[in-house]
Design a protein around this ligand. Structure first.
Ligand code: ATP
Ligand code: MG
Ligand code: MG
Length: 658
């Protein structure tokens, strides 16, 4: 048979390797530890770890922790867990903050080389220097007076920044990229040789790239305390200064990131070149940044800030009062220009917004979900909790393809993939969501038959188990109708129906209702070879104390959080999103009854038998099964001794509403 196709050596990824076919492929996954990972990050993890692995190389997990105010311990742990859950093992776990001393040294080195300056301009002055016009376009640019300071003075000012001589916004170290490059320097001239022309074109492209307009390298932050380095630093390096240097220090060969960083690539190369940490076009020295398309999932919310609003609730309707300092202004502008696709508007975190709104004037909006791992969300912790297998996520990402184009998809496409993935890989059980008791009057009270039932009729490997069949059964409310109808093929008064895994059918002879609720609460039926055949077979669970049957459970069925199929288009700034919440996003069935085969399924998890989980990351969520005719389920973390809580992973078919 032909060797299986390695998705990490096809298409765009093949091109990336061919550009730099080094022996030791070394990549990194560099999350900011400022929130939980979402499904988009599953792509970044799969691409970085998978590419390295495919070439016999290694991948680091690097916490990009240069923003002291936003980091928390829980995120470090949660991120590590998710990488492991997806079945990957970091070669090393590193932190950008491990390199703070080295980064500082390199900043001084950059200054000594005449390639950085300490700038005291206000945010508006910076914008003006960058030629930003009122209409958002850019006019002529000019460097400020600080640009031409002597090296000694810059060094002194930088040390003053370090030693607390400046407050946030009063001083920023900026790189001397191409803000001062004049149009005359790349003006076309017909006498130019081909080579000179090429050089000018390159210079022109650099000079016109907003990421090259003397981006910030170091700033004094409002919040001084860093999670790992404590109060040692008052100044912290920016993404632009840190990322490429850390890549180089970690000997990263291929620095793979998402397309919004493409405009930052010249800045990445500029800094490494300025510090002799990279030789352009050389395989020998320095990392190579290449950009793949983001994974966007329509039909849900992925932005950290928006999920925070859903989890924590928020106060809206008050304009921000926080004034921006220069460093923020510098960073924002590049964000605005380079990271426009991110879709994150300038919202404050709920906590910040609450502070900004004078007492009682903002609209207070309550939380919409239980937690960051609420199974209705698409954070990785939520997908895991819901029971989505890590292998299904990896397959989903790779099937969409890794190219330069953004991969746009929708939650129902993901669901369809998960369904296919689970179809033959998890055992099947009978589970009744909303039970009605059925008494088979023609059987003796102590009647007990044990039926040998396969966990998967099409896969002997999964084995069989014994299911009791007794006088008292439970069937699903959906499978019974008080009034028969010729188009209805299940149980109704006078009508027969078959039972899964049982020879003979049952026929309803009468039923009764709860006088308070008016709901059917008991059915009487007869069973046996003389009962006329039914046109369908339904699932059921019998009552047998000896078999500990039924196993009782609570089941949670999840539906889209919003009525609007494109919730990102809702009004988030003013809280309008809250009015669009789907009241049926969580439907709970408190009295579920399961057959006793559940114990075997629980004890033999994980299902499917996956690589990552087989390595030991087995928790409740890896107890997965198909409820025959019902849905795919996984065990929720809320389950306790004596209380089973199930999450619906996906329905069996699209749009069953169950
Ligand atoms: P958020 O979407 O919450 O803003 P982020 O971009 O701030 O996420 P980081 O922690 O900086 O998250 O991301 C770590 C890595 O994951 C980066 O290399 C980033 O490019 C990548 N990444 C983030 N979102 C996606 C996505 N939707 N698809 C693919 N890769 C992504
Ligand atoms: Mg980020
Ligand atoms: Mg982002």
């Amino acid at each position: 048979p032909a060797a299986p196709i390695d998705p990490f050596r096809q298409g765009w990824l093949k091109g990336v390797f061919d550009e730099k076919p080094v022996k030791e492929v070394h990549t990194r996954f560099p999350p900011e530890p400022n929130g939980y990972l979402h499904i988009g990050h599953a792509k970044a993890i799969t691409v970085n770890f998978g590419f390295a692995k495919s070439h016999g190389g290694v991948c680091n997990l690097r916490f990009d922790d240069t923003n002291p105010s936003k980091e928390e311990e829980i995120y470090f742990t949660a991120i590590k867990d998710m990488v492991q859950w997806l079945g990957f093992e970091p070669h090393k776990i590193t932190h950008s903050s491990d390199e703070f001393d080295k980064l500082y040294e390199l900043a001084e080195e950059l200054i000594k080389r005449g390639k950085a300056y300490v700038c005291h301009c206000s945010s508006d002055e910076v914008k003006k220097g960058r030629g930003k016009l009122a209409n958002g376009e850019h006019g002529p640019r000019s460097a400020c007076a600080h640009w031409s300071r002597p090296v000694d003075e810059t060094l002194e000012e930088f040390r003053k920044m370090r030693d607390g001589g400046y407050k946030p916004g009063e001083a920023v170290l900026r790189m001397k990229q191409h803000l001062a490059t004049k149009p005359e320097e790349y003006e076309e001239d017909e006498r130019d040789s081909a080579e000179v022309k090429k050089g000018k074109d390159k210079l022109k492209a650099l000079a016109n790239n907003p990421a090259m307009w003397d981006a910030a390298a170091y700033r004094v932050t409002k919040n001084r305390h860093h999670h790992r380095t404590g109060d040692k630093w008052r100044i912290y390096p920016t993404y632009e200064f840190t990322h490429c240097i850390c890549d180089a220090l970690e000997d990263i060969s291929h620095s793979l990131c998402t397309v919004e960083f493409e405009t930052l690539r010249p800045a990445y190369n500029w800094l490494l070149d300025a510090l002799d940490m990279k030789i352009e076009g050389s395989d020998e020295k320095g990392p190579m940044q290449r950009e793949y398309g983001r994974l966007n999932v329509e039909g849900t919310i992925l932005s950290k800030r928006r999920i925070a609003m859903l989890v924590e609730g928020c106060t809206v309707g008050e304009a921000s009062t926080a004034s921006k300092c220069t460093a923020d202004g510098l960073a924002d502008e590049v964000d605005e220009l380079a990271l426009a696709e991110d879709g994150e508007e300038e919202l404050e975190t709920p906590a910040e917004a609450a502070k900004a709104a004078p007492n009682g004037t903002g609209r207070k909006i309550p939380p919409a979900v239980m937690s960051w791992d609420d199974p209705r969300l698409f954070t990785l912790v939520a997908l895991r909790r819901r029971g989505v297998p890590p292998g299904a996520l990896k397959k989903f990402v790779l099937d969409l393809g890794v190219t330069k184009a953004n991969a746009n998809t929708a939650t129902h496409t993901l669901d369809a993939n998960i369904r296919t993935y689970l179809e033959r890989t998890v055992p099947r059980l009978m589970l009744v969501l909303d039970p009605i008791k059925v008494t088979l009057t023609n059987l003796p009270d102590d009647y007990l038959e044990e039926r040998e039932v396969p966990f998967d009729g099409k896969d002997k490997e999964k084995g069989t188990h014994k299911v009791p069949f007794t006088k008292t059964l439970y069937i699903d409310r959906d499978d019974f109708r008080e009034e028969d109808d010729p188009d209805f093929f299940r149980l109704a008064p006078g009508k027969s129906v078959g039972l899964l895994n049982v020879e003979y059918p049952i026929r309803c002879t009468s039923f009764s209702k709860d006088p308070d609720t008016g709901k059917v609460n008991a059915i009487v039926a007869e069973y046996g070879k003389d009962v006329p055949a039914g046109k369908a077979r339904i699932h059921w669970v019998a009552s047998s104390a000896a078999h500990k049957s039924p196993v009782k459970a609570e089941a949670r069925i999840f539906n889209p959080l919003f009525k609007n199929p494109a919730p990102n288009s809702l009004d988030w700034k003013n809280g309008g999103y809250y009015d669009d919440l789907n009241p049926d996003s969580l439907v709970t069935y408190p009295d579920v009854m399961m057959e006793c085969g559940f114990e075997h399924v629980r004890q033999n998890a994980p299902w499917p038998k996956e690589e990552g989980e087989a390595k030991g990351v087995v928790d409740n969520s890896s107890v997965r099964f198909q409820g025959l005719r019902t849905a795919f389920f996984a065990l929720d973390k809320d389950s306790k001794e004596g209380k089973v809580v199930l999450n619906r992973i996906v329905s069996l078919k699209e749009d069953t509403g169950k």
